[in-house]
Every structure is written in C-alpha cells, then in structure tokens.
Design a protein around this ligand. Structure first.
Ligand code: BGC
Length: 731
C-alpha cells in the first residue's frame, strides 16, 4: 500500500470521528477523511479492532507483540521510546502488515521527558501558565525526538484530599487555576500545529472526578452530584478541550455507581454530544477489564461491549477489543458502524522526524535545563519567613544541611519522572554547596531515613547543627510516597523526621525547613516552632540550584499554594472555595467547626510569602452593575512596600451573595503576576465575564442570576481588599 500522506492532525483527531460526524474544527479533513473512508473499506474487522488495541512494552516490543503488529492487531504501543527503538517498530508497522499503518507511540510525560521539571503540583505553584506551557513544550520536543507521538498528560484532576497520592500529578484544588494550567500544558505539548516535528498529541486525564476518591484512597469510589462534577471536576477538561486536546483518558473510578470506562452519559452524551469532542478516547490501564472487578460486567466480552458502547475508542492493555469483540460484532451484538466510528487512525511521517542524532541533540539540552531551573525557582513557596535568616547572607561561615532528603537525587525527581535520571539531578546539598562558595563551610548529616524508625543518626545531626550558624533541614517524602497507588492515611512528616526536627530545633541553631513532598503536609508543629519554612515539592533536575537561588536570595520567592495546607488530617477535605453552610463557623457552639482544631487551614490556598512585602489598594470596578451577559474590569494597585525587587501573584476572587442554589464563599476568577521594584506600584486589571459568574441552577442549566457579587483582590484566598457589583436583569 502506498504510504498515507496525511496530516499529523488526523492522527489526533481521526479515531472516533465517524464517517457521518462533523469534521473537527481546524482539521484538514477533506483528503484525509476520504482516505480514511477508503482505508476503512479495505480493513477486516480484526484489523479495525487492532487499531484500537494499545499495548505497553517493556523497553522494546516482545516478538509476540511485533507479530501482532505484523498481523495488523496493534494500534499503538506505550513506554516504547528512543529514536532507534521507535523507528524500528514503526518500520515494521509501515512495511510488513497488509495495510502499513503507523503506530501511535505513547508515553507519560507528567513533568518532563528526560529533562525533569517540577511535579505538576509544583508547576501550578508558579501561577505562571507561560512557564508551564514552555515546560510542556520542552517535554514534547525531547519526546518527539525520541519517536514518541502521544503523551498521557496533562493530568487535570482536581484534588482536594491530600491523602490521595496523585494530587502530586495535577494542579491542585481549584477549577479555575486547574483550567488555566490544563490549557497551558495542552498548548505546550501540541503546539500550534500537531504536524510539527516537535509536537505530541496530549491527553487530558482522568475523565472524570478521579481525584474525588473516598478517603483519598486511590481507585476508590466517587459519589458526587452532577453539580459538583460540572462545577468542580469538569472545568479543566473543558479548558483542555477548548485548547484543542486530541485525546481524553477515562478514569478508573466510578461516579455514583457507573465506572467512567462504561459511562455512556459521561463519554458520549456529555463529552461528544454536549462538548463536541472530536478526538479519541482511550481507557486507562486495563480499566476495560476492570469493569468485571467493579461488578458491572460478567465477562471480558461484556466489559469490552460496555466500554465500546460508552464511547471508549482505545483499549489500553486489556486486549479485550481485539480478543473478544470480533465475535460480538459477527453475531450482531455490536454494530460494525460502532467499530468504524472508533477507527480513524492514519499518519504521514511515521518516524515524525525522530532520529538518533536529533534525539542526542535534544535531550537535556542546556536551554531545557535552564528553563527547568527557572520553573523550579518559581515553584518554591515561602510559607514562613524570618528576615534575619533568609536570604542566607554571605556572612554565614558555617551552614549545616541536614535531613534524609538533603542529598537524595532520586527523591528530587518526584513521582512519575519519565526518563528523568537521578544522575542528572542536583540535590539540595549539591546546589547549596555550589552556591555557598569558598568562604562558607557546608556540613552535612542525613539525620535519619525518610520513612523508617531508626533514630541512631539523630545525635550526629544534632552535633552537626550545633557547629553551624544556620541549619537548612530538608524533610518530607520520598518520590514514591506520592503518585499512583501512593495514598497516605497521615499527613505528617514520615518516619522519625518529626523527632529529628524537634531535636534539631532544641539545639537553638536557627532552622530553615525545606519541605519536599508530593502533597501538602500538615506540619503544625513546625509552623509554630521553626522560624522559616520553604515548600519545595519535588522540583526535578534543577532542585538544588533552584533552591539555592531562593535560599541565597539570587531569586525572590514568588510561588503561591495551589492547594490548602491543613493543620490536621481531620480537617481533610479542606479547600478554600467551600460552601457557607447554614451555620458558618463562629464562637457559638452550634456552628460548623471542630472542638479540637481551628476551622482555618495552616496555610490557605493562594498563599506564599516573598522577601519583600506588597500592599493592595485602590480597588476599582469599571461598572457598578452589569447585565447577565455583560462583563466588567476589576482593578487594584499593588505596591512593593519592601526593599527588594519581587514578583507578586495578585488574585481575584468572587462571591455570589445570594443565588437560587448555594455558591462557594469565594471562587478564584483571575490572577496576574506582577514584577515590582522596591517602592514601585502597578495597577493590575482583571476582566470578569458573565460566564465566570454563572453556575448550574436546580434544573442543571448554566445560568447567570441577577444579584450582588463581592470581589476580593489580594495575595491569597484569605486576604484582600473588597468591592461589590450587581448583575441586573430578569431572573
Ligand atoms: C495511570 C495513567 C497512565 C497509564 C499509562 C495508569 O496506571 O492511571 O495515568 O497514563 O497508567 O502509564
């Protein structure tokens, strides 16, 4: 067969676009659509279902897997990377089987391909979508050079329960910030043109509400209202779609009794019908087969039928579509048209420009590391500041760097680090040593393991701290304590680290606590007793350099929390945009609160300090009232009131005071990064559209209701200056 000269866009958009479906916006469809039709006409049923079969490889495809390719029974592989290996597999696909269709080659690029960026939760802490887009683009460029054409990212799941380990992989708790980050990543991965040799197809995952797992236990049941689904969990998916995402992955969980992979309402009625999604829908790893364990399918064949009927186009790993569906189609239980609708997969240059030379020149390119360092620097959140301690001045002659995570190159990469290599990573100790220079002695002790009970090292660490003017203490989680199947039932420092910290604090040597973790940690003791705390998450390859940039004041911290930090596990789930309740917390007994812990978080969403200070004043609204389809501009003056240059993330929140259904006490509606010199003031402006004021009413119709709205502009979800406006019109 002659090789298809079709656009890469078609790869992204072809699967699941039935012959009768409208062409995807912007796709070059006339030629490709015809070609796909003629290809479909020539395919056997097995070949069609083969295109829907996605298999994971262990480094390279096994002989049996290559044999499936030869028989046209594989549509794609994942975890097959490297220009040499991918070219080899593509070569088989485009020369040996009857129809010569290239392979989709997927890979999870959660925070980078080889150059490892901060974990997504940390990237979200930058509140800098341009930087996050650039980071995703670097991942795409490196992966494409290695022959990958599809990534299972971004993960856009909203997460409000830090017990859930996968909170590390997303942008945190807020639908607005999550939407901005989702769109930025899609743009970064796919670029302006998916045919470009440095673009990869993106996947928004996991559709949907995977982060709502009960008790934060991975894969657990989700039981939420349609309102919560639409208003909290779905907006980032919608934003990814609006940014042109080419594929969507269904989630493992059920929602109110229906596993997503079998949820026709979710995948077909809403995603394809209401949202007009034209790309492809892929299952998660064996999530089709798992319909049996969920108890909604009695056999593999039934599981396959339910998934295909729901609208899941590609079967990841279960191999049910190829194995079990041909019989169902032949006996008429699945119409051929349903299969055809799921098969639209053609590609032009199967190698996508991947060559061993290009790969060598691209991976870990100096400019990629430079960007990784910048993003890492921006991701650092200063939680508690003591200006006598930070930044560390040149006057300190002896620094102690202590802690199980201070010199662990595996930990700094964080969970799901793609092809990240610890040999490329800079640990906090290395970064601090490199920056401290000749005049400063840097002492190091591990103190304890990250997650074991041995206390033998604590005494040495204490002795070391005593010799130093300042101790930088790096505590928290190892990389495998967050991510998939890594839920925790406690949120404190693991192992004996709390004991280590208290012993070090007892020396009287001032401590700068650096927290490394894939989730917010409930560190109430530290917040009270340690003078300076830095939340560093997992910052990737450039961890040590970025940390040193901030600790030594070469960079002024500007990160803000994308997630609420609880005081105690018992407060979870705790998030800023909660409802008021009929009895908001107050001094009286019969109000909504706890007996034994404050209602407030340890650190609120949006919070983060700087080495300088900022003030907010002069809040203005462009109009006192608008119509239900109107818009207005909110502005405020932000002033750098300190003595250092710094960047502030000014945040806009709104509150609908009275509506037909309850509304959150505050909802993020915009943010701006402003860089200010000492004494400088700048006006920040936010456009507020009617759409942002709307919600789903009792009939589940999106509506903007008249009434008074309050607006808040400030440095976090807990502070700010206020104004109000009105929406006028018919209810
Ligand atoms: C995860 C997905 C991932 C897939 C492929 C699954 O276990 O839930 O997020 O994309 O594996 O690696």
């Amino acid at each position: 067969m002659t090789r298809m000269r079709l656009g890469h866009t078609v790869l992204a958009l072809s699967i699941a676009v039935g012959a009768s479906a409208a062409p995807p916006a912007g796709a070059q469809t006339a030629g490709p659509a015809r070609t796909i039709d003629s290809l479909l006409a020539r395919m056997t049923l097995e070949e069609k279902l083969g295109q829907l079969n996605l298999l994971s490889v262990n480094d390279r495809p096994s002989p049996a897997q290559l044999d499936l390719v030869r028989r046209g029974l594989v549509g794609g592989f994942f975890n097959l990377t490297g220009a040499a290996a991918t070219r080899e597999a593509q070569q088989v696909a485009v020369t040996e089987p009857r129809l010569h269709i290239p392979l989709l080659l997927g890979f999870d690029m959660i925070h980078g391909y080889r150059t490892t960026f901060p974990i997504p939760l940390a990237e979200a802490s930058t509140w800098d979508p341009a930087a996050v887009e650039a980071a995703a683009h670097v991942a795409a460029r490196e992966a494409a050079a290695a022959g990958v054409n599809w990534t299972f990212a971004p993960m856009v799941d909203i997460a409000r329960d830090p017990r859930w380990g996968r909170i590390a992989e997303g942008a945190g708790e807020d639908p607005y910030l999550g939407s901005v980050m989702a769109a930025a990543q899609v743009r970064g991965f796919q670029g302006a043109d998916l045919r470009a040799s440095d673009a990869v197809l993106a996947t928004a995952k996991h559709f949907a509400a995977y982060g709502g797992a009960e008790a934060g236990r991975d894969y657990n049941t989700v039981d939420i209202s349609e309102r919560t689904l639409r208003e909290t969990y779905l907006p980032p998916f919608r934003a990814a779609l609006d940014a042109g995402v080419g594929s969507i992955m269904t989630s493992f969980n059920e929602i109110a009794g229906v596993p997503s992979t079998a949820n026709r309402w979710l995948v077909t009625t809403l995603l394809r019908g209401e949202w007009k999604f034209r790309g492809m829908v892929v299952s998660d790893w064996t999530s089709i087969d798992e319909l049996r364990a969920h108890g909604v399918a009695g056999s593999r064949a039934e599981a396959g039928k339910r998934a295909l009927d729901a609208g899941v186009d590609m079967d990841m790993v279960s191999q049910i579509y190829v194995d079990d569906l041909p019989a169902l189609v032949r006996t008429g239980r699945i119409p051929v048209a349903t299969v055809d609708a799921a098969v639209r997969h053609v590609f032009d240059d199967p190698y996508h420009g991947a060559t061993v030379e290009r790969e060598r020149a691209t991976l870990l390119a100096p400019e990629h590391r430079e960007l990784a360092r910048r993003v890492a620097r921006e991701a650092i959140v200063l939680l508690k500041h003591d200006p006598t301690l930070l930044p560390l001045g040149a006057t300190r002659r002896t620094l102690a760097v202590i802690g199980p995570l201070a010199d662990d190159p595996v930990a700094v990469l964080g969970p799901w680090s793609g092809h990240g290599d610890p040999h490329d990573a800079v640990t906090p100790l290395q970064g601090i040593r490199a920056r401290a220079g000749e005049g400063t002695k840097v002492l190091y002790a591990r103190g304890s393991g990250a997650n074991d009970s041995a206390t033998a090292g604590i005494a040495d660490a204490v002795a070391l701290a005593r010799q130093a003017e300042v101790a930088v203490v790096v505590l928290g989680e190892t990389a495998d304590m967050s991510g998939e199947a890594a839920s925790r039932s406690t949120l404190g420092l693991p192992g004996v680290q709390q004991q280590l910290l208290e012993a070090l604090a007892g020396t009287g040597t001032p401590i700068v606590l650096v927290l490394m973790s894939g989730r917010p940690l409930a560190v109430a003791w530290a917040a009270e007793h340690v003078p300076a705390i830095v939340q560093a998450w997992f910052l990737g390859d450039e961890t040590g350099h970025a940390l040193a940039d901030v600790l030594f004041g070469d960079a002024n911290p500007s990160g803000k929390l994308p997630v609420t930090v609880p005081r105690a596990l018992g407060q979870v789930p705790i998030y800023y945009n909660h409802k008021s309740t009929g009895r908001p917390p107050a001094a009286e007994k019969y109000t909504s609160k706890y007996l034994d812990v404050a209602m407030t978080p340890l650190y609120p969403f949006g919070y983060g300090l700087s080495y300088t200070t900022f003030s907010y004043s002069d809040l203005r609204l462009s109009a006192p009232r608008i119509g239900p389809a109107g818009s207005l501009t909110v502005s405020a003056l932000v002033t750098n009131t300190g003595s250092r240059e710094g960047t502030e993330v000014a945040q806009l929140y709104i509150r609908d005071e009275v509506a037909s259904v309850t509304r959150p006490v505050k909802a993020l509606a915009g943010f701006r990064r402003v860089a200010l010199r000492p004494g400088e003031a700048q006006k920040v402006e936010f456009a507020l559209t009617a759409r942002q004021l709307g919600f789903y009413n009792q009939a589940m119709r999106f509506t903007v209701e008249p009434g008074r709205f309050r607006v808040f502009v400030g440095p976090s979800s807990a502070e700010g200056i206020e104004g109000a406006f009105e929406v006028v019109g018919n209810r």
